[in-house]
Design a protein around this ligand. Structure first.
Ligand SMILES: NC(=O)C1=CN([C@@H]2O[C@H](COP(=O)(O)OP(=O)(O)OC[C@H]3O[C@@H](n4cnc5c(N)ncnc54)[C@H](OP(=O)(O)O)[C@@H]3O)[C@@H](O)[C@H]2O)[C@@H](O)CC1
Ligand SMILES: [K+]
Length: 494
């Protein structure tokens, strides 16, 4: 199965246009779109149900006319309300409206609460500003009615590209979109408004979708499963990489051990904790399969990295946000190992992101900030912080640093410097627990130690981490996560 593409509204418009140019008329695309929605509606309805279609002034409204015509043809009692006037409909929407033989009411007068199903065809990818006036009132009344809503393409009020709510948005039970999901179906808060999302094939070929987009994906196994390491019969531990995790001081050692254990569980052949001298005792008391070495600051790290077999490195958790940590990052970047930077390795560069400009372009590196760390790191860089799209923010940070950026959250975005990005959606709120991020670092580093490229390691790591957390659910603590990895791997590699 190929990875699932996600297309921005602009890319989708381009794909529509190319498909039309290649000979499939726009009205045919619209009919296929409307018929797919009508099929979904029919599944939600009993015979002769009452359906209310709210149609908007653009092509999303045109889809609404097709749905209304189709459902009426199936014997349902359909009312249609329009935002605006029929005479002002243009293009394919005007053609679709001609096929509708029923009355066209003003959207303001639709009795939503009397319906069995509401079809929301007010706005799709063309929403250009916050909802106001009659549109806003219509959405308020739809939401207040408590009647199930089926959204055409996307719930009206969502910004297709960012998933942001433009003032107010329809809360849908189900959404039928066309050809590919858009970012608003995957990013938060948009995802929470869509209900169950169905992608209908309306005849736009995958090659066209790949040609217009092809760089944004839903993060799921098809994106990286074929890269996941499977040790061969003749493998020994040295073929499976050696991950080094740098520990904090005597009272701050747990984070490194969480990362180290996760690296071992994900399959890194060897894992070593590099510990400040004063923390060797406490680390030694808690480590068994994981090795331990003394490491005194940046110079100590430099010495350890003379051993070329140490091919992946986790730096940041519990190191302290100070110049010593920055110096360690410099040593690590210079050593050109696969690198995962988190927590203090990022926060120690607060307002100093210029020191990281293009620093990671020579070796695979993954930065794993949550929103707060991201904002601190790129303070003073409005070009990176200001874009409304989380995907765009991650992209710009990746392009700036030369590293893969994992911008964490319920909709973690993974962006590579080469322009690829993936949105993760199998997370669980239970992953928001102390040490969870340290575990993620270990998983990603452990995958890179085994030879996965940074983007695939980050995508696979985020997904596996989330899947492990979701498989446990309530009561999850970070110590559980590494122990859940084998179960996730077993299912993936079956
Ligand atoms: N391309 C194709 O072949 C296919 C396209 N398809 C369908 O087309 C949809 C995209 O159509 P679209 O581009 O016409 O945009 P759409 O979402 O209907 O909205 C634009 C209209 O809304 C208006 N408007 C905007 N914001 C507003 C606001 N806040 N408040 C009030 N008005 C506002 C805006 O007016 P204006 O900004 O010009 O004043 C304009 O009139 C897509 O989602 C899919 O469903 C499918 O049939 C498959 C084939
Ligand atoms: K809609």
């Amino acid at each position: 199965m190929p990875p699932e593409l996600v297309l921005t509204p602009r890319e989708m418009r381009q794909a529509d246009a190319w498909t039309i140019e290649s000979g499939l008329p726009g009205i045919e695309l619209m009919r296929r779109a409307g018929h797919a929605v009508a099929r979904a509606a029919a599944e939600m309805l009993t015979k002769e149900a009452r359906v209310i279609v709210a149609a908007g002034p653009g092509q999303n409204g045109g889809d609404g006319f097709v749905v209304a015509t189709r459902l009426a043809g199936m014997g349902h009692r359909v009312s249609l309300g329009l935002l605006g006037e029929v005479g002002r409909l243009a293009g394919d929407a005007a053609l679709a409206a001609k096929d509708w033989k029923g009355a066209v009411e003003p959207v303001e007068s639709l009795p939503f609460a009397e319906a069995d199903l509401i079809v929301d065809a007010l706005f799709g990818t063309g929403l250009a500003r916050d909802l106001g006036g009659a549109a806003r009132v219509a959405v308020e009344r739809m939401n207040a009615s408590g009647i199930p809503v089926l959204a055409v393409d996307l719930p009206s009020g969502l910004d297709g590209e960012t998933g942001r709510v433009r003032g107010l948005a329809v809360k849908a039970r189900r959404t039928v979109t066309f050809a590919a999901r858009k970012p608003c179906h995957v990013l938060m808060p948009g995802r929470a408004f869509c209900g169950e999302v169905e992608v209908a094939d309306i005849g736009i070929p995958r090659v066209t979708l790949e040609a217009t987009g092809g760089r944004l994906f839903a993060n799921a196994p098809p994106l990286w499963l074929d890269r996941l390491p499977k040790p061969g019969l003749d493998f020994h531990k040295y073929d499976r990489g050696h991950t080094l995790v740098v520990s904090g001081g005597a009272t701050r050692t747990g984070a490194a051990r969480l990362a180290a254990r996760a690296a071992l569980r994900i399959g890194s052949g060897l894992v070593t904790v590099a510990s400040p001298p004063e923390a060797l005792g406490v680390n030694a008391a808690h480590l068994t399969a994981i090795m331990l070495r003394g490491c005194d600051g940046p110079e100590g790290l430099h010495q350890i990295l003379q051993d070329a077999r140490l091919n992946a490195l986790v730096l940041g958790p519990a190191l302290g946000a100070h110049s010593g940590t920055r110096a360690m990052v410099a040593v690590a970047a210079h050593a050109r190992r696969s690198l995962v930077l988190d927590a203090d390795a990022l926060t120690s560069f607060e307002g100093l992101a210029t020191e990281l400009h293009q620093v990671f372009r020579h070796a695979p590196a993954v930065l794993t900030p949550h929103d707060g760390e991201f904002r601190r790191l790129f303070k003073g860089h409005p070009d990176i912080l200001d874009p409304e799209s989380k995907i765009e923010r991650a992209h710009r940070a990746a392009a700036y640093t030369g590293a893969v950026v994992v911008l964490k959250g319920p909709d973690t975005v993974i962006a590579a410097p080469d322009g690829r990005a993936a949105i993760n959606e199998n997370g669980t709120p239970y992953l928001g627990t102390a040490g969870s991020g340290d575990t993620l670092c270990g998983i990603v580093a452990g995958l890179m130690a085994q030879g996965l490229p940074a983007f695939e390691a980050a995508c696979a790591g985020v997904w596996i981490h989330a899947e492990a957390g979701a498989s446990f659910g309530p009561g999850l603590i970070a110590e559980d996560l590494a122990e859940l990895i084998p179960g996730v791997l077993r299912t993936l590699l079956r």
